[in-house]
Design a protein around this ligand. Structure first.
Ligand SMILES: NC(=O)c1ccc[n+]([C@@H]2O[C@H](COP(=O)([O-])OP(=O)(O)OC[C@H]3O[C@@H](n4cnc5c(N)ncnc54)[C@H](O)[C@@H]3O)[C@@H](O)[C@H]2O)c1
Length: 333
């Protein structure tokens, strides 16, 4: 891996001209924030999503409504698995960048749905890479995940071996990273993979812990807690994640993989305590053993992103969860 290509952009200035950018997963949590941020700074955005049933279409339409009225935005409802539709879209629009965020993204659900994850995350990504190649799109940035590290030594660093994932979901993301590498080598496509670490905040996914725990504690339902609350996760607030994503889009590296985490793992017990404080109610807890598909800890080394993308995550878990909770209360009433 070569660290030099992005160095000319370490001052993190946006390109002087605006770009036309395809954002896949634009109705989702992270995609809706990325599309909105790109529009705000002047880019033209085409958003793609198929409203996959991993959570409600109503929630995804609400995400879209936050920015879809923008004059430089168009929305395309299409499925990544439709190779012809991907080719037609990229041929029609001629994008400066592809920001690929659409995916099936839940580790636990993936365990019994390996075929669906393979079709959407691997074949879908290859459909998009192929469409990018055929249309002459030069820059491809895509979401990977901290889960690729499995039980690797901490803190996780991009140079660690990632050939032993614990579930189908990270296995599919590793496949995306290596497939993108082949497009870089064979066709000179500039590809950047971003390993996100537990992103949370307003518009957060209902199947992720901040939303699920808040809902259950509020309703007096029982939380199922693994390994007596010892698991730790490197929670990253959406605004911090967004700063890294936008910097990577602008940098246009040749081929790079970056960790985008906070670099400060939080224990599950502490995480629950903060939510209890916000909701004003104690959680009912049921203990369960840690499944072999879950690592005990995720912990990002973010030095590479600091150096090459000027990425400096700032939001503490206390502030981030409080901003999440403020949104949650409005969104669920
Ligand atoms: N949220 C996190 O903590 C996290 C962590 C690591 C990686 N990621 C990755 O970041 C990306 C965005 O995640 P998110 O949390 O915003 O998830 P999300 O589910 O909110 O967004 C993903 C979007 O992709 C769409 N999609 C799914 N299958 C599709 C298909 N076949 N065709 C077109 N669209 C499809 C979904 O409808 C959804 O709106 C994903 O690639 C995910 O794997 C997220």
């Amino acid at each position: 891996m070569n660290n030099t290509p992005a160095q000319h952009l370490t001052n993190n200035q946006p390109p002087t001209t605006t770009m036309k950018i395809l954002v896949t997963g634009a109705a989702g949590f992270i995609g809706s924030h990325v599309a909105e941020a790109l529009l705000k700074r002047g880019d033209e955005v085409i958003g793609l999503d198929n409203f996959a049933p991993n959570y409600s279409r109503v929630r995804k339409e609400a995400n879209l409504r936050e920015y879809a009225g923008h004059e430089r935005f168009k929305f395309v409802e299409a499925d990544l698995r439709d190779a012809q539709a991907m080719r037609d879209l990229l041929e029609w629009q001629k994008f400066d960048r592809v920001m690929h965020l659409a995916a099936m993204g839940n580790v636990r659900y993936s365990v019994e749905h390996a075929q669906e994850y393979t079709a959407v995350n691997i074949a879908g990504t290859v459909n998009l890479l192929e469409a990018a190649r055929l249309s002459g799109t030069r820059y491809f940035v895509f979401a990977s995940t901290s889960s690729v590290y499995g039980n690797a030594p901490i803190p996780f660093v991009e140079t660690a071996a990632v050939a032993q994932p614990l579930a189908p979901y990270p296995a599919t993301k590793i496949a995306c990273e290596v497939m993108a590498h082949t497009y870089h080598v064979a066709f000179g496509m500039k590809c950047t993979g971003l390993r996100f670490f537990n992103v949370y905040g307003p518009r957060g996914r209902p199947d992720m812990m901040p939303y699920e725990f808040t809902r259950k504690i509020t309703a007096g339902e029982t939380l199922r807690i693994f390994a007596e609350g010892r698991p730790q996760r490197d929670w990253t607030f959406i605004d911090d994640n967004l700063s890294g994503v936008i910097a990577a889009i602008d940098a246009g590296c040749d081929y790079e993989i970056f960790n985008l985490g906070r670099g400060q793992p939080i224990g599950l017990s502490r995480f629950i305590e903060i939510i209890e404080g916000l909701v004003g109610r104690k959680a009912n807890i049921e203990l369960a053993p840690l499944p072999p598909t879950e690592p005990l800890i995720t912990y990002a080394n973010v030095e590479k992103a600091e150096r090459l993308l000027d990425y400096h995550p700032k939001i503490s878990i206390e502030e981030g969860l409080s901003r999440f909770y403020e949104w949650y209360r409005q969104a669920t009433h």
